[in-house]
Design a protein around this ligand. Structure first.
Ligand code: FES
Ligand SMILES: [Fe+2]
Length: 389
């Protein structure tokens, strides 16, 4: 599901012209997948994890984006350094573990023991002598772009990444009322989905599936129960324009305050939210291709996507709470995660369902229906990214 556009022009949102989907083989062709890695995943900012995962000097983490292996290191000055996890000698991986601490403040290649400092400079090799023309200064680790923002770590495998200010569909300050930096991960759901990564975003970008796939969510968010994301997705929306009922206006059912089993907040609600955001009960920020954030009134949900293959994608859901909420003996984690994990699991299951049918030989491409106007925007984004030189 996607956030409603915030600067509303008062018109019907839906598509009024017949619109075709992407070619079916775009969801399984290995050459297409490789193009998308090169042009989308290796060029844009990609969310990898929380700053608190690398809080201590000399801590490291490794990640994979597509077939690229990344090494992140917290240096002695508390800066975050990012490299390809590759030695400049003959290309061995520098760190095999997903996380750990670097001894002695250096990165030592486990193969022939070249030694780098935490800024990636090559300090020494293990050779008895260096040939003329060889200079250690010419062999620093391959650096990547790293950005820490409100406790979130983004990387870009690109010397000239797009402006970070454009990483989300909304301005970077949209969730400033949420204390993002100080929030702590209280629960994680990780799933490997047998589907192409674009299938996930298509499903995220429409709620036509909500009445059938998310019965509980459709009760909590009544407009979803009508298969719509927001008020003006209904061609007849003007007839109900004065009706405050959330089934027309969007937002949570009456009496509910957050996404949870009973609709009640389970932690300490964030104190600085505007009345409008508190009433809506959720604010989405989308950072294609890898992440979306949802500001709920008492927690923040972070959903990270990483492509594992043409028909394999990892979804990781992080639930962030304030330290006060996590310390509260009344705090009922299950009330939140049992509800929202169910929604995320339902979505993961229909992503796999979608993928299963795509290989049918007569199925050249699908159709984008009027309510799926954000799916079409996503397709336009894909086409533009692939065409970008
Ligand atoms: S490959 Fe790293 S020192 Fe040889
Ligand atoms: Fe869904």
């Amino acid at each position: 599901m996607l956030s409603a556009p915030e600067n509303k022009e008062l018109s019907y949102n839906g598509l009024t012209e017949h619109t075709e989907g992407l070619p079916a083989d775009a969801y399984f062709d290995p050459r297409q997948y490789e193009r998308e890695l090169q042009r989308i995943w290796y060029r844009n900012w990609v969310y990898v994890g929380r700053s608190s995962d690398l809080a201590r000097a000399r801590s490291f983490r490794t990640f994979e984006i597509g077939d690229q292996r990344i090494l992140l290191v917290r240096d002695e000055q508390r800066g975050l350094q990012g490299f390809y996890n590759t030695c400049r000698h003959r290309g061995a991986a520098l760190c095999r573990e997903p996380e750990g601490m670097l001894r002695a403040g250096t990165i030592v290649c486990p193969y022939h023991a070249w030694v780098y400092n935490l800024q990636g400079d090559l300090l020494r090799t293990s050779s008895k002598a260096h040939a003329s023309g060889f200079d250690v200064a010419d062999f620093p680790l391959y650096r990547i772009s790293v950005k820490e923002w409100n406790g979130f770590i983004f990387v870009a495998l690109n010397d000239r990444p797009p402006p970070f200010e454009k990483v989300f569909d909304l301005p970077l300050n949209r969730l400033d009322a949420w204390p993002l930096e100080e929030l702590v991960v209280g629960h994680v759901l990780s799933k490997t989905m047998r589907s192409n990564w674009k299938i996930f975003w298509e499903n995220y970008n429409e709620c036509l599936h909500c009445p059938g796939v998310h019965p509980q969510l459709s009760q909590l968010v009544p407009i979803y129960g009508r298969g719509l994301l927001e008020e003006r997705d209904d061609p007849q929306w003007r007839a109900h324009a004065a009706d405050p009922d959330p089934k027309f206006k969007g937002g949570l059912r009456s009496g509910a305050a957050t996404w949870s089993l009973d609709g009640k907040t389970t932690g300490v609600p964030f104190p600085s939210l505007s009345d409008a955001d508190r009433k809506a009960g959720y604010v989405y920020m989308t950072g294609l291709p890898s992440v979306f954030l949802v500001g709920h009134v008492d927690y923040v949900r972070v959903v990270r996507l990483l492509p594992l293959g043409p028909e394999l994608t990892e979804m990781r859901v992080e639930y962030l709470f304030s330290p006060q909420t996590l310390a509260d003996p009344q705090f009922d984690l299950r009330n939140v995660v049992d509800f929202t994990n169910r929604v995320m699991t339902e979505d993961a299951q229909v992503c796999e369902l979608n993928q299963l049918g795509l290989h049918a030989r007569p199925h050249i491409r699908g159709v984008v229906m009027p309510e799926e106007y954000v799916v079409r925007q996503f397709h336009e984004w894909i086409r533009a990214e692939l065409a970008r030189t």
